[in-house]
Ligand binder design. Structure first.
Ligand SMILES: [Zn+2]
Length: 297
C-alpha cells in the first residue's frame, strides 16, 4: 500500500475482481495508492479516482477494506512471491466478522468499479488528488485538535491518569473518543464523558461553564502549532494494509504519536488555520468537537 506516504498514482496487476453483491466489481491489485475506508475504525472515507486497463478508463467510485479468510474453504493460497487469487469469498466492510489485522484473514484494498476487469491485467491507478488532499488536511487538523484538547483539559485530571500523550498530558482523546469522522478540511469527533472516565480521574464538574475558556486555550495552541510549521510523518513498519502505522508530529514540548490508518499533510504549516468548536450535551455526558481547517493559498 503506498497511500500512507501520500502517493496518489501507481501501476499494478489485478489479482482478483469479483462481482459485488451491491453491483459493480471489486478490483484487488498487488499494490495500490488508494486509501480504503477502514471497517473497524471508519474515520477517513475511501479514495475515489479511476483505473485504466488497456486504454480503457473506469471510474473507481469507492474504495473499501476487504477481508478473505486464509486457507480452508474458499480461501486463497499465499505463496512466498505473493498470493494467488482463488475461489475465496471477498467480504466487505461490515460483513467482515473480524477486526482489521486479526489473524486468519487477508486484508485487502478493494476498488469498486462499474464494469468487469480481467484478472492479471496491468492497470494504472489514479486517485482524485484534490479530494484526497482535502481529507489529508482534515485528518492532520483532527490529530492536532486531539492533542490540543488533551492539553486544554489537562488541569481537570487527578494525578495518575491511565495514559498520557507524547506531550505528557493525560490522553483525554484516546480515553474518551467514541467516533471520529474526517471530512474535507475538518473533522467531527464525539467524546463520551462517562463514569469510567471520571473513575480514571477526570473531573467533569463545571465543564459546561469552563467550555469557552477551554475552547480559547485549545484554539490558541493550534494557532501556535501551525506557526512553528511542525513536521508530520507516518511510520510504516511494513507495506500490508494491516500494518500498525503511527502518525508522528514534532511539536514544542515533545513528539506526539498516534496510531493512524489515514493520510496526512507533511507539515502543520501547510494549514493557515485550525478552529475547533466544542459543544457539550445538556446532560454533560457527550462532548462534540467540530474542527475546521484552511490551507495556505
Ligand atoms: Zn488518524
Amino acid at each position: 500500500m503506498t497511500f500512507p506516504a501520500g502517493t496518489v498514482s501507481g501501476r499494478s496487476t489485478v489479482l482478483t475482481a469479483p462481482p459485488l453483491d451491491d453491483g459493480g466489481y471489486g478490483v484487488v491489485t498487488e499494490e495500490t495508492p488508494f486509501h480504503p475506508l477502514d471497517h473497524t475504525w471508519p474515520d477517513q472515507p475511501g479514495d475515489i479516482g479511476f483505473l485504466q486497463v488497456n486504454d480503457i478508463e473506469q471510474r473507481v467510485v469507492d474504495c473499501l477494506t476487504g477481508g478473505m479468510p486464509v486457507g480452508g474453504d474458499g480461501g486463497i493460497a499465499v505463496e512466498d512471491a505473493g498470493w494467488m487469487p482463488g475461489e475465496g469469498v471477498l467480504l466487505l466492510g461490515d460483513d467482515i466478522p473480524a477486526r482489521r489485522g486479526d489473524a486468519g484473514w487477508h486484508w485487502l484494498v478493494v476498488h469498486v468499479v462499474e464494469r468487469a476487469v480481467p484478472v492479471q491485467a496491468e492497470v494504472e491507478l489514479v486517485v482524485n488528488a484534490e479530494r484526497r488532499r482535502a481529507f489529508s488536511a482534515g485528518h492532520t487538523a483532527c490529530h492536532l485538535m486531539a492533542l490540543s484538547l488533551n492539553a486544554a483539559l489537562a488541569s481537570r485530571w487527578r494525578e495518575g491518569a491511565p495514559r498520557t500523550d507524547g506531550l505528557g498530558h493525560p490522553d483525554f482523546d484516546t480515553l474518551a473518543i467514541m467516533s471520529s469522522r474526517i471530512v474535507p478540511h475538518g473533522s467531527r469527533d464525539v467524546y463520551r464523558i462517562g463514569r469510567s472516565l471520571q473513575e480514571d480521574g477526570f473531573t467533569a464538574e463545571g465543564l459546561a461553564e469552563a467550555l469557552p475558556e477551554i475552547t480559547a486555550r485549545l484554539n490558541s495552541l493550534l494557532a501556535g502549532w501551525i506557526a512553528v510549521d511542525a513536521p508530520v510523518r507516518i511510520d510504516v513498519p511494513s507495506p500490508e494494509l494491516s500494518a500498525r502505522r503511527i502518525w508522528h508530529c514534532e511539536l514544542p514540548g515533545g513528539t506526539a504519536e498516534i496510531p493512524c490508518g489515514g493520510t496526512h499533510l507533511r507539515r502543520s504549516g501547510e494549514l493557515s488555520s485550525i478552529i475547533a468548536d466544542l459543544e457539550l450535551s445538556p446532560e454533560g455526558d457527550e462532548l462534540v468537537v467540530e474542527t475546521k481547517a484552511a490551507e495556505v493559498e
